[in-house]
Design a protein around this ligand. Structure first.
Ligand code: NAP
Ligand code: FE
Length: 366
């Protein structure tokens, strides 16, 4: 067993202001990487620029990161960062700007390289990276992962580098600006991380300390996520914390088949990342129950569900249903069944037939 997470993570109210000195210690010129508008609206960008202004650190903002960031966007941001002379990168936002900030830091620190290095897995190091999450789903602030969209292959892929943030500043207050839809989609991503890192070949007691704790915490948040109760400041803090805890768990195990399958649904059918993973979850858990019923029983117990059917009904309630052409479901299952590197996450024989069972439970085949 091994536990490794070198990200220095603080979770507290007014986290950015509290760690002004830590932020300023990383360099002399900062590139801020954000989405189009949320970092301005939720106060996170102002919190960071106030710290940089007070420390006399010049900065530029790149605010063009789209959802599911592309290699092209990362390259454009890195060009701006290099021209400016940035020597550290601050990713502020959901998983998209945080993941992009990691790849941008890699390109800025290696100016002789071009975009092809992002997929070559060379021996390259990034500039220092600071991450500030404003959604409660990806846990990117605790992982080494950067998932980028590759249009030439019509899919998303994580790049083969370990890009842990040096410093992550986690503050639930930024979630105040998030719609119920963003809360639902991103907490479902965190739930998928907890479930997949617990129900995967290679799970161990270290990552289970996080997944099991997180699953129990998630159970107490269900009424806020389903809309039964109005979301309080305390619930926001808990949602953010669950997301970071789930990130610490996948940082040890990686994610399993629902994540691997989700990327095509996001790319080809424009389904938000967390929702795509959530739609695939119950079908996967049902297949897992066939080979490791005790593990599934533990997960369901922690989540306070009586059965996989109960979990499936809850997910349908919060995510709704989704139609997908039957031919696509068959194509995705065929492609995935030919990928032993992904199929090994499931501790049994799943194959095309098993994947199709997951698909049929997850989507309405058109
Ligand atoms: P996202 O794509 O970063 O953001 C989704 C939307 O939420 C955007 O429209 C964004 O607006 C908005 N938003 C962000 N924070 C907000 C706030 N506080 N208030 C209101 N709106 C807000 O969504 P995400 O689900 O967090 O990230 C998904 C990405 O993360 C995917 O690319 C996925 O593959 C990746 N991911 C990474 C990991 C990892 O370990 N690194 C794990 C899972 C997923 P703006 O565009 O204006 O910012
Ligand atoms: Fe995810």
């Amino acid at each position: 067993m091994r536990f490794f997470d070198p990200a220095n993570i603080y979770v507290e109210e007014n986290c950015v202001a509290n760690h002004a000195k830590d932020i300023a210690a990383f360099g002399t010129k900062a590139l801020l990487v954000t989405g189009h508008s949320s970092a301005k609206a939720n106060g996170s960008q102002d919190d960071v620029t106030a710290v940089l202004d007070a420390a006399g650190i010049p900065y530029e903002v790149f605010d063009e990161v789209e959802e599911n960031p592309s290699v092209e966007t990362v390259v454009k941001a890195a060009e701006q960062g290099k021209a400016f002379g940035a020597d550290f990168v601050i990713g502020i936002g959901g998983g998209s700007p945080m993941d992009a900030s990691k790849a941008i830091a890699l390109l800025i620190n290696n100016p002789e390289e071009d975009a092809s290095c992002l997929y070559a897995g060379k021996d390259l190091k990034p500039t220092p990276i600071i991450n500030i999450p404003t959604t409660c789903g990806t846990g990117s602030e605790a992982t080494a992962i950067s998932v980028l969209t590759r249009h030439e292959f019509k899919t998303k892929k994580s790049i083969p580098y370990k890009l842990f943030p040096d410093l992550s500043l986690v503050d639930g207050k930024y979630l105040k600006a998030a719609s119920q839809k963003i809360i639902v989609n991103t907490t479902t991503d965190a739930l998928a991380h907890l479930v997949e890192s617990r129900l995967i070949n290679g799970t161990n007691k270290f990552n289970q300390m996080f997944s099991n704790y997180g699953l129990k915490m998630y159970a107490s948040l269900k009424p806020y996520i389903s809309g039964e109760k109005e979301i309080t400041d305390e619930a926001r803090e808990q949602m953010m914390l669950v997301s970071t805890i789930a990130g610490l768990s996948i940082a040890q195990t990686g994610t399993s088949l629902p994540h691997a399958l989700s990327y095509q649904f996001t790319y080809e059918h424009n389904i938000a990342h967390g929702r795509a993973c959530g739609l695939l979850m119950a079908g996967y858990v049902r297949q897992y129950e066939k080979v490791q019923p005790d593990d599934v029983a533990e997960v369901l117990d922690l989540l306070e569900f009586d059965s996989v059917d109960d979990l499936a009904a809850y997910l349908r309630q919060i995510l709704g249903s989704q139609s997908i052409p039957a031919a696509d479901l068959e194509r995705y299952s065929k492609e995935m069944s030919g990928r032993p590197d992904k199929m090994v996450a499931y501790p049994g024989e799943l194959g095309y037939e098993g994947l199709m069972e997951i698909m049929k439970e997850s989507f309405i085949a058109e």
